[in-house]
Design a protein around this ligand. Sequence first.
Ligand SMILES: *[C@@H]1O[C@H](CO)[C@@H](O)[C@H](O)[C@H]1NC(C)=O
Ligand SMILES: *[C@@H]1O[C@H](CO)[C@@H](O)[C@H](O)[C@H]1NC(C)=O
Length: 415
Amino acid sequence: MFKSPLATMHVSALISLVVLFPVAFGQLNTLAKAKGLMYFGSATDNGELSDTTYVSILSNTSQFGQITPGNTQKWVYTEPTQNTFSWTQGDVITSFAEGNGQLLRCHNLVWYNELPSWITSGTWTNATLIAALKNHIANEVTHYKGQCYAWDVVNEAFNDDGTYRVDVFYTTIGPEYIPIAFETAALYDSSVKLYYNDYNIEYAGAKATAAQNLVTSLKARGIKIDGVGLQAHFIVGSTPSLSSQLSNLKAFTALGVEVAYTELDVRFSSLPPTTAGLTQQGTDYANTVSACVQTTNCVGVTVWDFTDKYSWVPSTFSGQGDACLWYTDFTLHPAYYSVVAALGGSATATSSTVVSTATTLVTSTTTTTSAAATTTASGTVAKWGQCGGTGWTGGTVCESGTTCTYSNAWYSQCL
Ligand SMILES: *[C@@H]1O[C@H](CO)[C@@H](O)[C@H](O)[C@H]1NC(C)=O
Ligand SMILES: *[C@@H]1O[C@H](CO)[C@@H](O)[C@H](O)[C@H]1NC(C)=O
């Protein structure tokens, strides 16, 4: 991962600011990019976008540089009737992200859940289900072509013991449905990153091994797979340690794929949380964020919504909750500051030189928002910074050694 002296200086400067003004300057995406990640992001969903307080935070690219549609790109929404496609709801989220200049992780193409009944109750042969699967992927990938940084091609294909999850695809097609899905996605958008995404693969074990074996077998067959998404739906106090997450990420990246934490939240199994519990939640969040920061080819962290107000947890796990970084009333969990610290590295630089650098940054950030953090001393755009896209008014010349690379109509980046 790229970590220039300049990036380090910015981090030190921002850390001083965190000390001085904790609320205003803990900007998750700005800090993540200064640490060499591509983004810090959040999932969202259509119903929440009428909440103006929520939207003002989610749209703030100092906080969130990436969006994942929580539901409305899933099969039940996009192809409710066979070969009749409906993009309206998914497009609301992708347009929102594009309007803000945020990257999109598109989610998902094949999953056992949220399937339309014509799939789950249909009468299939191997050949007819393969045809339906290919048709779905071809249409959806084509519709969103050029808009997504990544697609979660297959979601949650394994049981915790590493065996294949039994669903209509596995039962009818066998394990071959997975390579078919990846091959088809690659055929219709050759530049989007193709991910396998799952939970309980954030630490070594049978399920992580199964996901690694999948990567190895696809690569051995020359089938494109670019990344593995580790969901990271955790429980306070029962999360894997930093060292176990680090070695686990390395086991994936050693296979030649990038990794990302794609659905991070850390829930309390009983409510209300204790003070000690809130401190532990901060440690748990920080361990995962630090694992990504410290891993070459871990590209970013996405929280599965940023506020308890719209968390999936209470409706899925009765009596549990407070899993996000913002409370229901949009005040911040202590864990927010733990994440800020994890994105800032060592918070020991407090010399007057650093403080005056920080003061300069305050002036520039208030006038140019996130652009300041990715501009080098010579005025070029630093690696990972935005260098183009519809509505972009910042710098377009990348620092030497990097090239302004088209991602979508709304976003080009120095890579
Ligand atoms: C984005 O959020 C940060 C941190 O809360 C805040 O300082 C900044 O003013 C916000 N920017 C906008 C444009 O609202
Ligand atoms: C279904 O067809 C595919 C493609 O020909 C094949 O690889 C797979 O093994 C078949 N599955 C079954 C259960 O016969």
